[in-house]
Design a protein around this ligand. Structure first.
Ligand SMILES: Cc1cc2nc3c(=O)[nH]c(=O)nc-3n(C[C@H](O)[C@H](O)[C@H](O)COP(=O)(O)O)c2cc1C
Length: 203
């Protein structure tokens, strides 16, 4: 059974004093409670250049980014709401408004796109998919180090091909995650963390 850690004191979360402490205390901010400012242009550029330092077997760069900022968030939200309405015509305006606001909850949303291919002669698709996960985690860590809030979200529309096409994905591309970036409007409690020893064996 996985054992849970006692947890960190609230004030110890996202402690940026050094790299290990940051990694030990990092936790997400809630996309639902995010406000401005988001990353500056220079910060976003730095974040994405840190992201692409993820381990990548075969140097395939099996990922790319779509940035949603400013009006683009409303345009993307409209696509999400229209598709939602098509799938669930019975839902009222309140639900549609929620869908319309999907991308507007944070000042900046980075869509991390997996461009992994199944038929690469050397690198299994599994390894390409793990690499895109590392890209997402790099963004979370770097954003936290910049004192920004960040959360990795999928959401129903990350799996809806019609929405994906409308926001610019090719038919073989997938969303690894939408990373919401901004200033946390409220500080989140930590969640229970597992104790690694409870899932570790020695051979
Ligand atoms: C691939 C992936 C997709 C996720 N999608 C969602 C989501 O749609 N909604 C959500 O509330 N959390 C989602 N999460 C979980 C959050 O990003 C995050 O892990 C959780 O809030 C705990 O945060 P922390 O462990 O980073 O502190 C997802 C995580 C991953 C790895």
């Amino acid at each position: 059974m996985v054992e849970l850690n006692k947890g960190l004191a609230f004030e110890a979360l996202n402690d940026r004093s050094d790299t290990l402490t940051l990694l030990e205390t990092r936790r997400s901010a809630s996309a639902k409670a995010m406000t401005g400012p988001g990353p500056s242009e220079a910060q976003l550029d730095q974040l994405l250049n840190i992201a692409v330092r993820a381990p990548d077997h075969g140097k395939l760069t099996p990922w790319r980014f779509i940035v949603f900022e400013g009006d683009a968030r409303e345009r993307a939200g409209k696509i999400v709401a229209e598709r939602y309405h098509e799938l669930h015509p019975g839902h009222g305006e309140e639900t549609l408004e929620l869908q319309r606001n999907m991308f507007s909850r944070a000042p900046c949303v980075v869509g991390v796109v997996s461009t992994a291919v199944a038929d690469h002669p050397k690198i299994p698709e599994w390894e390409q998919l793990m690499s895109v996960g590392a890209v997402c985690q790099n963004i979370l860590i770097a954003a936290t180090a910049m004192q920004l809030g960040a959360q990795w979200i999928s959401g129903w529309f990350a799996y809806d091909r019609r929405v994906l096409t409308a926001i610019g994905l090719g038919e073989d591309e997938r969303i690894a995650g939408f990373i919401y970036l901004g200033t946390p409007a409220q500080l989140q409690e930590d969640r229970p963390r597992p104790v690694a020893a409870s899932m570790t064996t020695r051979f």
